[in-house]
Design a protein around this ligand. Structure first.
Ligand code: PNS
Length: 186
């Protein structure tokens, strides 16, 4: 049977609950969904592409039809490469519409057979963006409930020097007690 494959391209810096909401919805309507992280050397991201991929892999592990990949170049070329017939994008508010329409129509001009499918995340995430999450976290605000706990911890590890020291100290302590157990055994 013909499998309907979609890509969900984006920056995902960092993945938010809005992204995960869309992945959940997309996984229900497509046979296969490829979450595709753009490798964009021009931007200076908060999380490296491999950090974002690792987070998304951990966060989507429960879906058997979702996989995570990275790409560069044109989205339409990447879609062809993985055999996708659709591009999934989220629309939160009217303000997203113009940019998304432009992108969808440009992609259609480049590859008329590729369909863009827009889905709306749950309304509780309608104001949420990765950019705002980065800004709030960088300025010391709480992003609880806006990103998964794993992302919240990783943001803390990246941005909060005190947390970083605490984390490093607890890692060192763990390593010391491992060494001392090994010494006692031998
Ligand atoms: O999460 P974002 O940053 O809104 O995602 C934007 C993305 C990655 C979908 C867009 O920038 C993109 O498709 N980039 C790849 C280059 C490309 O195909 N450009 C033409 C799009 S019309």
């Amino acid at each position: 049977m013909h499998k309907v494959i979609a890509i969900y391209p984006g920056s995902f810096d960092p993945p938010t609950n809005g992204h995960l909401d869309l992945i959940d919805r997309g996984s229900k309507i497509f046979d296969e969904l490829v979450v595709a992280i753009l490798r964009n050397p021009e931007k200076s991201p908060l999380f490296s592409v491999s950090e974002r991929a690792a987070m998304l892999e951990a966060l989507t592990g429960q879906y058997s039809n979702v996989r995570v990949d990275t790409f560069d170049g044109l989205t339409v070329d990447y879609a062809v490469k993985v055999g996708a017939s659709s591009v999934l994008r989220g629309i939160r508010a009217l303000s997203d519409y113009e940019y998304e329409l432009q992108m969808a129509l440009m992609n259609r001009k480049l590859r008329p057979e590729l369909e863009t499918v827009f889905m709306m995340p749950a309304e509780k995430y309608s104001y949420l963006s990765a950019r705002l999450v980065r800004e709030v976290a960088q300025l010391g605000g709480s992003v609880k409930g806006l990103v998964p706990e794993l992302v919240e911890q990783n943001l803390k590890g990246k941005l909060d020097p005190a947390y970083k020291l605490e984390f490093a100290a607890s890692e060192e302590q763990k390593s010391e007690s491992r060494k001392s157990r090994a010494r006692k055994k031998s």
